[in-house]
Design a protein around this ligand. Sequence first.
Ligand code: ATP
Ligand code: MG
Length: 251
Amino acid sequence: MQSIVEVKNLYISFNEKKVLKGVSFSLEQGECLGLIGGSGEGKSTLLRSIIGLEHPSSGKILFEGENVTNLSEEEYISIRKKVSYVFQGGALFDSMTVYENLAFSLREHTDYSERKIREIVLYELKEFELEGCEDMYPVELSGGMQKRVGIARATISKPKVILYDEPTSGLDPYKKRNMQNTIMKLQKRGTTSMMVTHDMSTALRICDRIALLTGGKIKAIDTPKNFKESHNVLLNNFVKGIKQGENHESA
Ligand SMILES: Nc1ncnc2c1ncn2[C@@H]1O[C@H](COP(=O)(O)OP(=O)(O)OP(=O)(O)O)[C@@H](O)[C@H]1O
Ligand SMILES: [Mg+2]
């Protein structure tokens, strides 16, 4: 079967600094692929490049077999209807209520009537355990609730692919578990996803495969079980790296 996203020998630099140096991998239909790696290795850059927020100097990105590398801004609009990006902090519109934040996404991506939009928004709020929050503003919500609104907004228009950047960072263990459950629920709806995370327990619990980005390349990509068994040294070095830079995790 055709991969939903295929990245081939991707290079991305910022000024003189080479960040991605020949990244290749594929994201398969329906899977949840975790992306781990140390701070500054280029995980967010890689995720952002898939929807055209970063531009590679060489290499290719295919979406459902079609070359989508370095398209025009206009052409990326159609890709962004199919691929949602969940920003690390949720990136909610602070001046809009929760309802308006979610409705915005549907107004952008569909031509539904306001009545239908209301129906869908209220349904999704219930699904994400945010019932009764529709008139609240983002500042009035807890960090975990803001993250859930961010995910609800990114997924309400039913994208084929969801890209998550650190969906569990800064959450306490209980909220982390809830977030993992939310993501697993979306997987069951048939969404394909890719997730940057520093959190090995999340990666091991919910990802079908895990990719390790280091030195500008994907050094290993495998199932959680094989990862633990066959890439132990890589994994231990990575976990050690996280422990040394633990303060970073609260970002
Ligand atoms: N717009 C930019 N301009 C210049 N340098 C950038 C830009 N975006 C990222 N970089 C640099 O590229 C490198 C990779 O950044 P990126 O944000 O992708 O890392 P990351 O793996 O997501 O790190 P973290 O785990 O800290 O989020 C870093 O050295 C960063 O400083
Ligand atoms: Mg990042």
